[in-house]
Design a protein around this ligand. Structure first.
Ligand SMILES: NC(=O)C1=CN([C@@H]2O[C@H](COP(=O)(O)OP(=O)(O)OC[C@H]3O[C@@H](n4cnc5c(N)ncnc54)[C@H](O)[C@@H]3O)[C@@H](O)[C@H]2O)C=CC1
Ligand SMILES: [Mg+2]
Length: 316
């Protein structure tokens, strides 16, 4: 994140970096990606940084004056700053408040700010200043759960559990919630090991379920992804805290049983089809590719593409 610069120093930096964009008029901040991001903006104590969409970001943790301000003085300063940002044509304000400065949340809310999101140590509030309804993107909309369908092709057995703390005891695949920054396949392998003691490796992605207003996702949407895993250990040592039962079950028995969830039954049938006709019929395999803008890498999942198609240059 850019450092906040004060007084003449930031002017000098900006003049050097992107004079044409910043001083082109009130909406100059939208002139180019990254160009105006370092620019301070705001009145008095509440200096912020411009973003490439023409919004202002104020991080209270970086402002020395904050610990001297009481909520009433903060509200006055924020009101003055909003007036200035409006006159400059700013489209939005992002207010980042450390948890220990939460006394500033109510004054900001009384000026029209709403919660955008909260992390463990801070909250972020927004105020839309542009024309019409807010165009600010919302925060996270889904939680991601991942299960592992661990299938042993030699014995035709599949690993199933019954969860503790459920209203009905039904057979399902072991799995759980993905952690921040965790790859889907890694979640499946980790959760299978934590819940059953079975070691496995990722083979493919089999299905995605999307369900809205999910009670287990605090009313948000839920993505439940099932992966095909190959086991390389076979002795069950299941977690008593999370599971009631765990066993290797004949895949055809899982297909037939009524004591399972509809999604488990459907994926059991998919696995049986893949086992009989070839897993390439059901597998979405994973490959890592470079991201164009960030230089980072990502994982892409799709049906196998022949090498000749991966490298072809034109439509032959
Ligand atoms: N159709 C199916 O076969 C099922 C699919 N799912 C999907 O699996 C994913 C989540 O998997 P889970 O095994 O539930 O996650 P998980 O394996 O990460 O377990 C969640 C843990 O959090 C604990 N927990 C949850 N809420 C709690 C609370 N309010 N207070 C205290 N402890 C709490 C649970 O006891 C459990 O230990 C979701 O995507 C869900 O939709 C879950 C159950 C059945
Ligand atoms: Mg679980």
């Amino acid at each position: 994140m850019p450092q906040l610069l004060r007084g003449g120093r930031w002017r000098a930096v900006l003049a050097r970096a992107c004079r044409a964009v910043l001083f082109a008029g009130p909406r100059g901040a939208s002139g180019g990606p990254g160009c105006a991001r370092d620019a301070p903006s705001g009145a008095g104590e509440l200096r912020g940084e411009l973003d490439r969409f023409g919004g202002v970001s104020v991080r209270l943790a970086r402002l020395d004056a904050m610990h001297r301000l009481d909520p009433v003085a903060f509200q006055r300063a924020l009101q003055a700053a909003i007036q200035k940002w409006r006159s400059e044509g700013r489209v939005a304000v992002w207010l980042h408040i450390p948890i220990l400065q939460s006394r500033f949340i109510a004054p900001a809310a009384s000026l029209g700010f709403c919660f955008h999101h909260a992390e463990s140590d801070s909250s972020t509030l927004t105020l839309w200043l542009g024309e019409g309804p807010s165009r600010l993107p919302g925060y996270a909309t889904h939680q991601v759960g991942v299960a592992g369908a661990v299938f042993d092709e030699n014995t035709r057995k599949i690993l199933v559990v019954q969860d503790r703390n459920k209203l009905k005891n039904m057979w399902k695949f072991p799995g759980g919630l993905s952690e921040p920054g965790e790859d889907i396949g890694d979640t499946a392998v980790r959760e299978v090991f934590e819940e059953t003691g079975i070691k496995s490796e990722f083979r493919s992605l089999l299905s995605i379920r999307q369900q809205h207003t999910h009670p287990g996702a605090f009313g948000k949407s839920d993505m439940y992804i099932i992966c095909r895993l190959k086991p390389y250990s076979f002795t069950i040592n299941f977690c008593q805290r999370e599971c009631l039962r765990c066993e290797w079950m004949d895949l055809s028995d899982l297909v037939k049983t009524e004591n399972t969830t509809p999604i488990t039954s459907r994926v059991a049938r998919l696995l049986l089809y893949g086992y009989r006709e070839g897993f390439d019929k059901i597998d979405l395999t994973m490959e890592e590719l470079p991201a164009v803008y960030t230089g980072l890498f990502y994982k892409i999942y799709h049906k196998e593409l022949p090498d000749s198609y991966k490298t072809m240059t034109g439509m032959d």
